[in-house]
Ligand binder design. Structure first.
Ligand code: HEM
Length: 385
């Protein structure tokens, strides 16, 4: 809620005292104004929030993300995307992680079914609950994990502010009204980001995340076959905004869906030259009409966004610097701090999770233990000194 006096009813914009006076003098009925005392503004996110509460928190996140990336480099893209999907629906509050018994949580929505990395976030939570119970929010874990993924995939470093708290609500129905679609045009993308307090430039900059990871054929077939439903007349019409040679290549990966829709939904690299490296090749591809999604290519077609696409295509360092800043801004979207929300609780499942990891991956578990033990030893030594 915004800070300041809040009065119910139609005169909400006026201060409480004025409202009551007006009610007494103008309306001959009992005062109805309900005045709520001024609330202090919620505290902002800060750098090093866990410095005293759980000094090892960020190192544990980094260790788990690094180990996960060694097993599966594609997970870095998954964690970056999850951060975006979380922040755009109810703010960066880890609502994307909540499960519901009736399958109606955010993660159940079609747009979230291909999200990767839930188990990595749970793994991090398991370790953190073992070391600092009920201290580190899942929302902060997501933002740390995204930052570490960006560092590992692109050598791009930035500081993450923390102190987010976890939301209590997650609704599948809110996904579609907040996340932009892969068919959006540039104006729709600008509007979707503006609703979250992000600029058109930040939208173009953050879309550069599509230089890593994959998209599924089901999202591409409308560009490769029967574009604009010209099907019956010109069965193999390709989206004219796509380089025909690129379209031919994509068709080898994504066969035309048949009437029964029974085609394996293969995943294709969003940017095929360096698919695991966060760099500006995404923008170079857009300049060559090789953007995979409509929502990608539209950025190069729209006069409002095209100049920035061209600038990023020519200068990787420029994009990397702006990307780091925009990721921090994304992490500020509608955050819960102070007394809002909660720190999701320690559950037996988390503790069992840590035990399971120790059994199945003893070497990796040992490295975490060394990290924890080493840090404890250092802090004891520091206290004694
Ligand atoms: C501008 C609006 C955006 C749209 C319409 C969009 C849409 C999509 C779609 C449709 C996919 C493919 C999903 C699949 O088939 O599995 C995807 C993948 C991805 N998106 Fe976006 N996205 C947008 C912005 C962003 C932003 C802001 C980020 C992060 C900062 C991001 C990060 C990613 C990543 C890393 C992948 C690959 C995920 C993986 O390999 O698991 N996207 N996006």
């Amino acid at each position: 809620m915004a800070s300041g006096v809040h009065c119910g009813g139609r005169l909400a914009a006026l201060p409480c005292v004025a409202t009551v006076v007006i009610f007494f003098s103008v309306v001959s009925m009992p005062p109805y104004a309900e005045c709520v005392a001024s609330q202090p503004p919620p505290p902002p996110l800060v750098l090093g929030y866990y410095g005293l509460k759980c000094p090892i928190a960020e190192r544990i996140v980094k260790e788990v993300v690094s180990a996960a990336a060694r097993r599966n480099p594609g997970i870095l893209a998954g964690l970056i995307r999850m951060y975006f999907h979380d922040c755009f629906v109810r703010g960066c509050d880890a609502s994307v992680l909540l499960k519901s018994a009736d399958g109606q949580a955010e993660r159940d929505h079609r747009a979230n079914r291909s999200l990767q990395g839930f188990e990595i976030v749970e793994e991090i939570k398991s370790w953190l609950e073992a070391v600092c119970p009920m201290t580190v929010s899942c929302a902060d874990i997501l933002s740390f994990a995204a930052r570490d993924s960006v560092a590992l995939a692109g050598g791009i470093y930035y500081d993450v502010l923390s102190g987010r708290r976890d939301g209590l609500v997650s609704r599948a129905s809110e996904v579609i009204t907040n996340l932009p679609s892969f068919n959006s045009n540039a104006q729709q993308l600008v509007d979707a980001f503006a609703k979250k307090g992000l600029t058109a430039e930040e939208m173009v900059t953050l879309s550069g995340a599509h230089t890593i990871g994959v998209a599924h054929c089901s999202l591409l077939s409308s560009r490769l076959y029967n574009y604009n439903n010209t099907g019956g007349i010109k069965p193999s019409t390709v989206d004219p905004s796509m380089d025909p040679r690129y379209a031919e290549y994509l068709k080898t990966k994504c066969p035309q869906p048949q009437g029964n829709g029974m085609v394996p939904d293969t995943a294709v690299f969003l940017e095929g030259r360096t698919p695991a490296q966060l760099d500006n090749k995404y923008y170079q591809d857009l300049m060559n009409k090789r953007g995979m999604l409509r929502s990608d290519q539209t950025l190069q077609e729209s006069p409002a966004t095209a100049p920035l696409v061209a600038a990023y295509a020519g200068k990787n360092e420029l994009w990397a610097r702006e990307f780091a800043k925009a990721m921090v801004r994304l992490g500020n979207v509608e955050v819960l701090t102070g007394k809002s929300g909660e720190i999701r609780s320690r559950s037996p499942k988390h503790l069992l999770g840590a035990v399971a990891i120790a059994h199945t991956q003893p070497q990796y578990a040992l490295s975490i233990h060394t990290l924890i033990y080493g840090t404890h030893k250092t802090s004891i030594a520091l206290k004694k000194a």
